[in-house]
Design a protein around this ligand. Structure first.
Ligand code: UDP
Length: 386
């Protein structure tokens, strides 16, 4: 058993667990109960509407500030800054905190590396080709270390950031626990893309190919701040200032006929799990190097094979011909989609139950906490003790 006290910084954007969309928040919601089961005391820095149990909480905003992310920089920037300001001050007041596990993009390591005291493990959840101005000169001062969520993600990081890396931990989902024991519902006739609708995620390609291969497709996820089709309709052309809405209108919507291809908005909880578990495949027509792929891990756990383009973390998560098929181009993607039915849902669930459980992730994170706490000689940069 561990006697560590960890400040888990979940950030100001969404409650933990999130109500529907929220990759980082879903991962934290999966990890924290397993850490506590191992005797780790968790102080959760989050927003007031979070319901995740922890030993203590630092609450920075009454509710998630996700909608602020859609505002111009000079309106939105203060949110993460205000969150981190409060977290840093609380950290000074709480000498019992042994380790900070930070998940706040950019602001987390910047603020925390300026402080003193507990060492920091900052999990990089995003594409590391972003923020070159920060990452290419990053200096954690022997106290801030980083971990990735896949090897391919870390490979794209500038050398200065990689020099702080203690490795990668794959994303986990509670759905993976005993996934191989669960009774699975019969498959329907649809495939699904689960995630925010965005040019990076490539929903337009899946929507176009649905007509070519004659397969039913359900698109689930928010478009910018809009979670329900009726809200997007009600917003009219004002919504077009949002780049994700423009992508939807120009590139995806022309293929959405409400029959073969549908957008159902954000799905959550049992509805999301049912939609995914009854799908023949989850599609990843990626237009970027997907860093961690929460939705892919969830799909496998629910016994649904992954069909994707061969990029980002997918080659690490998917065993081709067993848990999914990866293609190099549009034709290959269409062919892989046609072949998805040959893959075994049981094999997908078995892989998730072995590789993507919160229990496994918690073991790996506890080992990393101890590693950075003892400032072991094996740390990157061979950080001196003290
Ligand atoms: N999600 C959801 N409902 C939706 C769309 C997405 O619950 O309608 C969840 C999905 O299950 C996953 C997360 O949001 O847990 C998206 O995380 P991912 O890492 O796949 O994407 P990103 O963080 O890049 O948006």
């Amino acid at each position: 058993m561990s006697t560590l006290t960890v400040l888990m910084n979940a950030g100001p954007w969404l409650p933990v667990p999130p109500n529907g969309y929220g990759g980082i928040e879903n991962v934290i919601a999966a990890l924290v109960p397993e850490l506590r089961r191992r005797g780790v005391r968790v102080v959760l820095a989050t927003v007031g509407t979070s319901t995740l149990a922890a030993e203590d909480r630092i609450v920075t905003f009454d509710d998630g500030q996700f909608a602020q992310l859609q505002r111009p920089y000079n309106r939105a920037a203060g949110v993460a800054a205000a969150h981190m300001h409060q977290v840093a001050r609380e950290l000074q007041r709480r000498p019992e905190i042994d380790v900070v596990h930070d998940n706040v993009e950019v602001w987390g390591p910047v603020v925390l590396s300026a402080g003193t005291g507990a060492p920091v493990l900052h999990t990089l959840h995003w594409d590391l080709a972003k923020h070159p101005a920060l990452y290419s000169g990053f200096d954690g001062g022997g106290r801030v270390f980083v971990n990735g969520v896949s090897a391919s993600q870390l490979a794209r990081a500038p050398a200065a950031l990689r020099a702080h890396s203690v490795g990668h931990v794959y994303l986990a989902t509670p759905l993976a626990t005993d996934a191989d024991q669960r009774v699975r519902p019969p498959k329907g006739d649809h495939s699904v893309v689960l995630g925010r609708i965005s040019a990076l995620k490539g929903q337009h390609l899946a929507a176009r190919l649905a007509h070519r291969v004659g397969r039913r497709l359900v698109l689930a996820g928010p478009i910018g701040p809009y979670h329900r089709p009726e809200d997007l309709v009600a917003s009219g052309d004002a919504a077009l200032s949002n780049p994700d809405v423009r992508y939807w209108r120009e590139s995806v919507e022309p293929f959405v006929d409400g029959e073969l291809v549908r957008w159902v908005g954000t799905v959550a909880g049992a509805e999301r799990d049912e939609l995914v578990a009854t799908a023949r495949a989850m599609l990843f027509p990626l237009r970027w190097e997907e860093p961690g792929g929460t939705a892919a891990v969830e799909s496998l756990a629910l016994g649904t094979p992954v069909i994707g383009l061969r990029r980002g973390c997918l080659p690490e998560l998917i065993e081709p011909g067993v848990t999914g098929l990866l293609a190099d181009d549009e034709d290959g993607f269409a062919e892989a989609w046609r072949l998805a039915d040959r893959l075994s849902p049981a094999d997908c669930a078995a892989s998730a139950a072995q590789r993507f459980t919160p229990s496994r992730a918690a073991d790996e994170y506890v080992a990393l906490y101890h590693r950075i706490l003892t400032r072991g000689a094996d740390l990157p940069g061979n950080a001196p003790a003290g």
